[in-house]
Structure formats: C-alpha cells, structure tokens
Design a protein around this ligand. Sequence first.
Ligand code: ATR
Length: 277
Amino acid sequence: MRSQDRYAVFGDPIGHSKSPKIHQLFAEQTGQSLQYTAERVPAEQFTTAADTFFTQGGKGLNCTIPLKELAWGYAHHKTQRAQLSGAVNTLAVQDDGSILGDNTDGIGLITDLMVNHGITLKDRSILILGAGGASRGIIGPILEQSPQRLVIANRTVEKAVELSQLFSQLGEISGCGFDDLANRQFELIINATSTSLTGELPPLPENLLARDGCCYDLAYSNQPTAFVHWGLANNASKSLDGLGMLVEQAAEAFYIWRKVRPRTETVIALLNSQRGL
Ligand code: ATR
C-alpha cells in the first residue's frame, strides 16, 4: 500500500489546535489521502524538528505561534506575500526538493470578510489595532483591496508608524497611538493585538465605530472574545471572531500542498456548531 503523504502543524502551545480536524475534513471532502498531525515544538527546537520532518519525507508544515518568523527564515524561497509579511505559516516541499514559504493568513482573512460575510473593503475606512506579527501579516492583502484609508493604532506608537512606512508604497496607510483615535470613525475595525484572549482590550474611544460598521477579532475562542463583545456593545452590524479566517488560511495551505481547493462553508459550520456560539 502506498504510504500517505504527511503534513503537520508545529507550535507551542499546540494542544487545542483545530488544524488536524480541519485538514482531515478537507481530505475527506476532496478524496485526498493524507495524514496531518499537531506537534508541540518550542522555538529553540524548530530547526531540528523541521529538518527531521522533511528528511523523513514530510510534504508540508503549518507553523503557528511562536514559530512564524523562524519559518520565514527557514524557507529556501518565499512568495511575495510571505516576503512582505515577515512571517511564514505554510512550508511546502517543491519538486526540486527545496522548501517554499508562504503566508496564507492575510488571504484567509480577506476571504472570510468578503466571501463568507459579504463585507466590502474597497473605499472603506479601516482600522487595525496592534502592530505586531499578526498585524503585519494582514496589511498587504487589505491594501490590495483599495480601502479609502488604513490606520494602524498601537500602544507603542513608533511600531505603528514604522509598520505603516513599510507598506506605504501599497496604499493610503498611517500609524498612530490609541490616544490619536479620539473623534475619528472607521467602518471596519480589526483587532490584531494579543489582548483579546486575556479578556483585556486596548483603550478605545466612544463612537470609534461608524454606523453599520463591522468588527473582526483575529483571535477566536469558544466564548465571544472581549473585542467581539466590544463590537456588539458598539452596535456593530457584524462582530466576528477569527474562526472563519482559521479555516480559510487552512484551505489556502491545503491548496498549495494538494492543488485542490476544498470547500470551507461546511467546515466552518461544523466548528461553529461544536463551540455552540
Ligand atoms: P502577534 O504576533 O500576535 O501580533 P506580537 O508581535 O507580540 O504578537 O504583538 C502583540 C501586539 O499586541 C502588539 O501590537 C502589542 O502592542 P505593543 O507593540 O505596544 O507591545 C499589542 N498588545 C499586547 N498587549 C496589549 C495591551 N494590554 N494593550 C494594548 N495592546 C497590547
């Protein structure tokens, strides 16, 4: 019997990863024969673990916190979107044996916003909270959709300004601190800080969200996150968390590896029903 192609997600912590379930559902749906496991890999063991995985015939890896920057350095070559984002969440063995690094987080977010939720980005005023790795991964794909303007607000103001300068060639983008948000309004606010899961929130002024505006938290949880609650309390027409983005970034990785595009709506529906939101 032909052995199954092997894939895995590396991260630390990794215990609650939904990726094995998602890829198993994609494989069943598309008739692909593959194995996908979750492995706890601390940062200092990443290079050895990845070398071992690929030497033993592994075909592709997903990398999550805290390994995305290391995976960026590990890849032999990278797609343009990964190059810009400074992080890699998908490694794929190529026909010549080299390892390609890609970042499917940004396209995962865009697909969830636009296709799954019908949220337009073109000509919209968009605010991203946070200027860390998660933020950097989504800025390029958002600017590609030609928003009216994109503002990055961060606790450490210089990081927001630096990040906005890095992407200034791609569109109308600026960086600021949370204090500078007073008397401003946005039609879409995306939380890319790491606060949500600790139940904290950045200090956000009243009336920040425009009428009929939407909120999106890149984080997800079995309970609504603090930022999803904030959106609901501020009359967001939609206040979403990142479960859809998780499934969409996985679908894009699956496509890179298998050249087959899985359907995502049934997988998102199943995961949503399992968390009972
Ligand atoms: P990630 O890769 O998840 O983006 P990160 O690179 O450590 O993680 O970035 C975390 C982001 O959350 C940063 O924008 C951070 O703000 P600083 O750059 O000022 O550190 C933001 N963050 C973390 N805790 C925060 C808090 N309590 N209030 C506001 N922002 C916070």
